[in-house]
Design a protein around this ligand. Structure first.
Ligand code: SAM
Length: 285
C-alpha cells in the first residue's frame, strides 16, 4: 500500500520539505489520524462509479483515500502554495484533478454537467470552518446535483444541524439543513487528530440529500424569511418577531396561529419545520 500522507510522520516530512506555513485565514487544520480518515470513507459509501468533489484538500491526506475508493476526485483548493505539494503527494493517482480556486466562486453545476453527465456527486471534505455554512447552504440552495455531503465541521455546528425543536441548539441552520437533507453525526473528533490542533472540537456529519423535499410549502422563500426572522430575535414571540421584521400585521399572525391551534405567544424555537410550512401556507392564502 502507498504510504499514508496523513500519518503524523509523513505530514511533518511534507511540511518541512516544502517549508509550508499554515494560513489561519484559510482554516488550515490537517488531519493526522488514520482511524478518522477510515471512518469518513466508510460512512461516505463511495464506490468506483462515483465522482467525488473534495473541498480544501490541504496536502492530500483525505484526497488519497478518496482516490482509492472513487472513480474520480475533483479537489478544489484556494491556497496556491498547496498546489505544487498536492501535485507531488498525489502523483501516484491518475484519477485526481486539482482546481486552484475559492470554492464559493466555482460553478459546481457546470463542472458536474461536464464531468459527470449531470449525475449526482458525493461531496466529502474536512471543511474550512470559517465558511461551513455558506458552503453547505450554497450547495443546497443552488441545487447542485448531489447525493450526500460527508464533512468534518465544528462540533457545535454539527449539533445545530441535527437539533430538533426545544433544544438550545435548534435554529435557522437546523431547519435549513433538515429541509434539504437527513443529517447524521458519524463521529466526534478530538483536537489532537489535527495539525495544528484547532481551538474547538470537531465532528463528522453526513447529510443525505432528499430527492424531493419531504416538506411541501407553496412559498419556500417566504418560509425561510419567516424562519430567519423568528430566530434573529430568539427570545421574542413569533408574533413580535414577524410583525417587527417582516411587517406582517399582528392580527393576521394571530389568526393563523389560532387556526393552527397554537398559542399566540409561541416562539419560533418551539415550531417544527412542518409547522413553519403550514404557517407559511396559511399566511399566504
Ligand atoms: N483536507 C485536508 C485535511 O483534511 O487534512 C485539509 C483540511 S483544512 C481543515 C481546510 C482546507 O480548505 C485547507 O487546505 C484550506 O486551504 C482550504 N480552503 C480554505 N478556504 C477555502 C476556500 N474558500 N475554497 C477552497 N479551499 C479552501
Amino acid at each position: 500500500m502507498i504510504e499514508r500522507i496523513a500519518s503524523p510522520k509523513r505530514t511533518k516530512e511534507i511540511l518541512t520539505k516544502y517549508n509550508f506555513i499554515f494560513q489561519k485565514k484559510f482554516g488550515q487544520n490537517f488531519l493526522i489520524d488514520l482511524h478518522v480518515l477510515n471512518k469518513i470513507i466508510d460512512s461516505s459509501n463511495i464506490d468506483k462509479d462515483d465522482l467525488v468533489i473534495e473541498i480544501g484538500p490541504g496536502i492530500g491526506s483525505l484526497t488519497q483515500y478518496l482516490a482509492e475508493s472513487a472513480r474520480e476526485v475533483i479537489a478544489i483548493e484556494i491556497d496556491k502554495n498547496l498546489i505544487p505539494i498536492l501535485e507531488d503527494t498525489l502523483s501516484d493517482y491518475n484519477n485526481v484533478s486539482i482546481i486552484n480556486q475559492d470554492i464559493l466562486q466555482v460553478n459546481l453545476k457546470k463542472l458536474i454537467e461536464e464531468r459527470n453527465d449531470n449525475k449526482p456527486v458525493k461531496i466529502v471534505a474536512n471543511l474550512p470552518y470559517y465558511i461551513t455554512t455558506p458552503i453547505i447552504m450554497g450547495l443546497f440552495e443552488d441545487e447542485v446535483p448531489l447525493e450526500s455531503i460527508t464533512v468534518m465541521v465544528q462540533k457545535e455546528v454539527a449539533e445545530r444541524m441535527q437539533s430538533m425543536p426545544g433544544s438550545k441548539d435548534y435554529g435557522a441552520l437546523s431547519l435549513a439543513v433538515q429541509y434539504y437533507s437527513e443529517p447524521y453525526i458519524v463521529a466526534n473528533v478530538p483536537q489532537n487528530c489535527f495539525m495544528p490542533r484547532p481551538n474547538v472540537g470537531s465532528a463528522v456529519i453526513q447529510l443525505k440529500k432528499y430527492k424531493e423535499p419531504i416538506i411541501k410549502v407553496s412559498n419556500k422563500k417566504l418560509m425561510f424569511q419567516i424562519i430567519r426572522a423568528s430566530f434573529n430575535q430568539r427570545r421574542k414571540t413569533l408574533l413580535n418577531s414577524l410583525s417587527n421584521q417582516l411587517d406582517i400585521e399582528k392580527n393576521r399572525i394571530q389568526e393563523v396561529l389560532i387556526e393552527m391551534n397554537k398559542s399566540v405567544s409561541i416562539r419560533g424555537e418551539a415550531m417544527s419545520l412542518e409547522e413553519f410550512a403550514i404557517f407559511t401556507d396559511l399566511l399566504s392564502k
